[in-house]
Design a protein around this ligand. Structure first.
Ligand SMILES: [Zn+2]
Length: 157
């Protein structure tokens, strides 16, 4: 993948979920909000706090790196409007802010995924629509720099 996974265009699957990365110095960011009353963080953004019903939610950007909290490998095309490749993996990534993000996984062999693995945010093609337009969404892929590989040991069996 490397720099080829940086998105230059594409239509977000849904507005307001993320800022696409422009270059390696400006990685993509997920857009969340934090309740100013109780501190709960929500992704995607919402207008009322699910925890305390306050309406004072402040926009924030989330960390681009987290750890795999759970994952599921799907071998057969689901009976939904999912139009991406099969098999695929999805699950929940836990970010340093303490919030968990539902995501697709990418950038690795599906059998290499492990709970607790360090992953980073990318914005990639989800599918192409009927007009041939590229629809993009947020995904997480294993962190590939040497630093995390040495620290985490996530790539050993
Ligand atoms: Zn709240």
């Amino acid at each position: 993948m490397g720099t080829s996974s940086i998105q230059k265009k594409g239509i977000p699957v849904k507005e307001g979920l993320f800022i696409p990365g422009k270059d390696p110095d400006s990685p993509p960011r997920l857009l969340a909000c934090r309740c100013s009353e109780c501190g709960e963080i929500f992704f995607p953004r919402r207008s009322i706090c699910q925890n305390c019903q306050a309406e004072s939610l402040e926009p924030m950007e989330l960390s681009s790196r987290g750890k795999i909290f759970s994952f599921t490998v799907v071998m057969q095309r689901p009976p939904s409007n999912y139009r991406g490749p099969v098999p695929f993996a999805f699950g929940w990534v836990e970010l340093p802010e303490g919030v968990r993000i539902e995501t697709l996984y990418t950038g690795c062999q599906l059998e290499d995924l492990r709970i607790g693995m360090d992953v980073e945010l990318v914005v990639e093609t989800l599918h192409h629509d009927d007009d041939g337009r590229e629809i993009v969404c947020h995904k997480f892929q294993p962190v590939q720099d040497d630093n995390s590989r040495n620290n985490g040991g996530a790539f050993s069996p």
